[in-house]
Design a protein around this ligand. Structure first.
Ligand code: ADP
Ligand code: MG
Length: 318
């Protein structure tokens, strides 16, 4: 599936010497950057460093104190924000999506309908008449995301999408973004998601300085640890050989396709938790939250590994 989306000129968004402060706190300090067609940019940095503010500026929702922001003529922004959004809770899912669009265009001239998009984003056909008020928090966020995609943006701003979307939805989103021809700018701490969706990074440092890094988030982290500790012991790797799909039910082969990615995602996050934990120092509340997350992830990883072993063994039976 290739999405068509409106054409983008050479210049998508250009920031020239942009500065932004809140009170006496500098969030962005004389920052210049040109966002070009096809760019996939991750934004990383500590909590409170200014990542959301940068997205708000790009989306025209936040003013700048100094400098200039230019926006290409054809730019149409879709913005998945961190805040909860107002939805008319009495609308049915399909009505809510259709208020934005009945369908979206693909590159080959065909269309994908609102109902097909809902299905693609894991809402089965029979559920489309459900009123929004009956959805769980996670389902509402998924619907909200889908609604943004239905508005056919050519610049997509994603603020911490991995915080409230489940891993299955993230897998669908990752696939979707692969066929998306527009610009994607993602704020996230999730290494797996960033690695999958971004080739370049903007890294928030202290006092509003932002570094550009050409490479994936994993490469960036690796370079950072190499600088800190040049000698690194090799990490034990599980041998996860490619196996052909045999004798698996439909649900199982879908599970097989996703299980390694999900394991990898959990493992990467666990590693990051370890470093976040040592950085948290005596911030006990943060440490407590990290420990909780670690426990949850370890359980999940155990379960995934069990499933992986089970499915792999089943595949080996000829
Ligand atoms: N509208 C605002 N008014 C005053 N301070 C704000 C406003 N928006 C954000 N801030 C402050 O600016 C800093 C950066 O916020 P934000 O961009 O949300 O950080 P991040 O997304 O990186 O966690 C924080 O200290 C936050 O409290
Ligand atoms: Mg934020």
């Amino acid at each position: 599936m290739e999405l068509s989306g409106a054409r983008l000129g050479k210049k998508v968004l250009e920031m020239q010497g942009v500065s932004k402060s809140f009170g006496d706190r500098t969030i962005i300090n004389h920052f210049s950057f040109l966002f070009k067609p096809g760019d996939r940019i991750g934004i990383v940095g500590n909590n409170g460093s200014g990542k959301s503010t940068l997205l708000n500026i790009l989306a025209g929702r936040e003013s700048i104190d100094e400098g200039n922001l230019e926006k290409g003529q054809t730019v149409k922004i879709g913005y998945y924000t961190q805040e909860s959004v107002d939805m008319d809770e009495n609308l049915r899912m399909i009505e809510y999506i259709r208020e934005t669009a009945d369908s979206i265009a693909l590159k080959d001239g065909s269309f994908i309908s609102a109902a097909q998009m809902l299905e693609r984003f894991l809402f089965p056909m029979g559920s489309h008449g459900t009123p929004i008020r009956k959805l769980s928090g996670g389902e509402k966020r998924r619907l909200y995301l889908l609604n943004i995609l239905m508005s056919a943006p050519n610049v997509l701003l994603l603020d911490e999408p991995t915080n409230d979307l489940d891993t299955q939805t993230l897998t669908v989103l990752e696939d979707y973004l692969e066929t998306f021809s527009g610009v994607v700018i993602t704020v996230s701490h999730d290494r797996y998601f960033l690695d999958k969706t971004c080739h370049q990074l903007l890294v928030f440092k202290n006092k509003g300085d932002i570094d550009f890094y050409y490479g994936s988030y994993s490469e960036f982290l690796e370079e950072k640890t190499e600088e800190a500790e040049p000698v690194k012991a090799p990490e034990p790797q599980m041998n996860r050989t490619e196996k052909k799909k045999k004798k698996l039910t439909y649900a199982e082969s879908k599970e097989w396709e996703e299980v390694e990615g999900n394991m990898e995602r959990a493992e990467l996050r666990l590693k990051d938790i370890t470093s976040e934990m040592s950085a948290a120092g005596s911030d006990f509340e943060k440490v407590r939250l990290l420990l909780e997350e670690e426990k949850e992830l370890t359980d999940k990883l155990d379960h995934l590994m069990e499933r992986w072993t089970y499915l792999a063994e089943k595949l080996e039976e000829e």
